[in-house]
Design a protein around this ligand. Structure first.
Ligand code: HEM
Length: 476
């Protein structure tokens, strides 16, 4: 009998211990609602993204559960943070607790050595090689001439007809991106890359089913065709690099840094594969973001004549000074116009091209008292921070003047359009430079009338009608 009582007491004690442990954890997991079985709160989330106020989904939950809450969308248990301080801890990831978490279709399309998937020390090395190169004054000086050329050529082709800005600006940004990555100029190779890249990115957001005929399958095939060309470019460059010290593009950077990146056992084939994969995968964050920023800037400026007139005035002054002194522009000329930089910041704040950053916790972690359990996804929501009246007065108003009072630092926790921490966008300065050159030549040479159009936020930020506009030279 005694042993029986002993077992019962033991079982009771264990059950109490487990219950207490579970209760303790549950108490700290942020409050929220997991919605319906399987679909969770996905429909509510998508409906809000299709509306003119995409933050509604977040705002509603925030008002009930607080700044950090749990939900279930797109098939994952997810903790959403709208708190800038919690976001900072997630993005800075000092203790290496968070890893990138992409949908299955994206993971299928990325190589295992992709900058977007790598973690830890290998990621840090790769990121730093690329970021240091893209930030260097020598690179910015060289690429300024290419951007000017591309912008002027494209703008000249827009006049006296209706054009769709969302498509047209890609004719500026895609060639520049390819120049930056592997020095491919206009011609057959660029046409092939453009065609195949369009097919490739269709698979980024699709059902993760892979057999002939599916979007994912076609996307992987397009990547294979791009890989063939990029591998050839990397191989040829590898032969040339022995005779020259020049570093002209990301291929050069990765070839020179390959010893740092690869383990000692890696074969030369693996290195070439890794470099070629990364070149293609760097096109993913670079290709859509910048043209979207250009398009939305035009939308905001078209709706804000005062801001447009001030932008024009500042840029006309620079143009006059350059013409009077018969001087060429330098990259610092473009980047030193304060109002132009404020227009860019305000565009990035309101456009929220990357509206949230997804990560997965590899162990239980507590931030500001909230428990994020191991294997849960977490989203550092940028859009809610950028459009919160606690952070910005009148947040839905396009007001570039507000930046005269705010310091724009990469570390500003209330302004993070380029992310933060070890994964801070390495294309940050290139993007600002390209936007500045685009604005300068557009507003000093042309005027335009835009048709009414609306911004949609799902699955990515876009204009509903691609923003149709009519452009005319100022003199006419
Ligand atoms: C307005 C334009 C752009 C915006 C708003 C933007 C935004 C971002 C954001 C938020 C991230 C961080 C993602 C994360 O933490 O998971 C990121 C990463 C990245 N961006 Fe950009 N980006 C822009 C332009 C570009 C361009 C032009 C390039 C190419 C030269 C580029 C290359 C990258 C790369 C390679 C990463 C991955 C960095 C890493 O994980 O280490 N981006 N970008």
């Amino acid at each position: 009998m005694e042993w029986f009582i002993g077992v019962c007491v033991g079982i009771l004690f264990m059950s109490w211990w487990f219950l207490m442990k579970k209760k303790k954890n549950n108490e700290k997991i942020p409050k929220g609602n997991s919605g319906w079985p399987l679909i969770g709160e996905t429909l509510d989330f998508i409906a809000s993204c299709y509306s003119s106020r995409p933050v509604t989904f977040m705002e509603n939950r925030k008002s009930i559960y607080g700044d950090v809450f749990k939900t279930n969308i797109l098939g994952s248990n997810l903790i959403i943070s709208t708190d800038p301080e919690v976001n900072k801890v997630i993005l800075h990831n000092q203790k290496n607790i968070f890893i990138p978490a992409y949908p299955k279709s994206i993971r299928e399309l990325m190589g295992e050595h992709s900058i977007l998937q790598l973690n830890g020390i290998k990621h840090k090395k790769l990121h730093s090689l690329i970021a240091v190169f893209l930030k260097s004054p020598q690179f910015k000086a060289r690429i300024t001439t290419d951007i000017e050329h591309s912008v002027k050529q494209c703008l000249a082709s827009w006049t006296n007809k209706t054009i769709y800005i969302q498509d047209e600006v890609k004719k500026i940004t895609f060639p520049i991106l390819n120049k930056v990555l592997m020095s491919v100029g206009p011609g057959e190779d660029l046409d092939l890359l453009k065609r195949e890249f369009e097919a490739f990115i269709k698979g980024l957001i699709c059902l993760p089913i892979k057999f002939p005929g599916t979007t994912l399958y076609k996307s992987l095939k397009a990547k294979e065709r791009m890989m063939k060309l990029v591998r050839k470019i990397v191989e040829e460059r590898k032969k040339q690099i022995m005779d020259s010290n020049e570093v002209n593009d990301v291929v050069d950077v990765l070839l020179r840094g390959k010893d740092e990146l690869s383990q000692s056992s890696s074969s030369s084939n693996l290195e070439l594969e890794m470099i070629s994969q990364n070149i293609i995968e760097m096109m993913i964050p670079g290709e859509e973001t910048l043209p979207t920023a250009m398009t939305l800037a035009l939308k905001f400026l078209s709706d804000s004549p005062l801001a447009l007139s001030k932008l024009m005035e500042e840029n006309m002054e620079l143009k006059k000074q350059k013409t009077d002194n018969s001087e060429d522009y330098t990259w610092t000329d473009y980047m030193s116009l304060p109002f132009t930089q404020n227009v860019i910041s305000e565009t990035l704040r309101m456009a929220n091209i990357v509206n949230g950053i997804w990560r997965k916790a590899v162990q239980n972690v507590k931030i500001k008292g909230y428990l994020i359990p191991k294997d849960w996804s977490v989203m550092a929501c940028l859009i809610t921070v950028h459009l919160d009246s606690k952070n910005y007065e009148n947040p839905f108003k396009f007001d570039p003047w507000r930046w005269e009072k705010i310091e724009v630092l990469a570390s500003n926790i209330r302004f993070a359009p380029f992310g933060g921490g070890h994964r801070l966008c390495p294309g940050l300065e290139l993007s600002r430079l390209e936007l500045s050159i685009f604005f300068h030549h557009l507003v000093t040479t042309y005027r335009w009338v835009a048709e009414n159009d609306e911004i949609v936020y799902f699955p990515t930020v876009k204009m509903k009608k691609k923003l149709p506009i009519r452009v005319q030279p100022i003199n006419s």
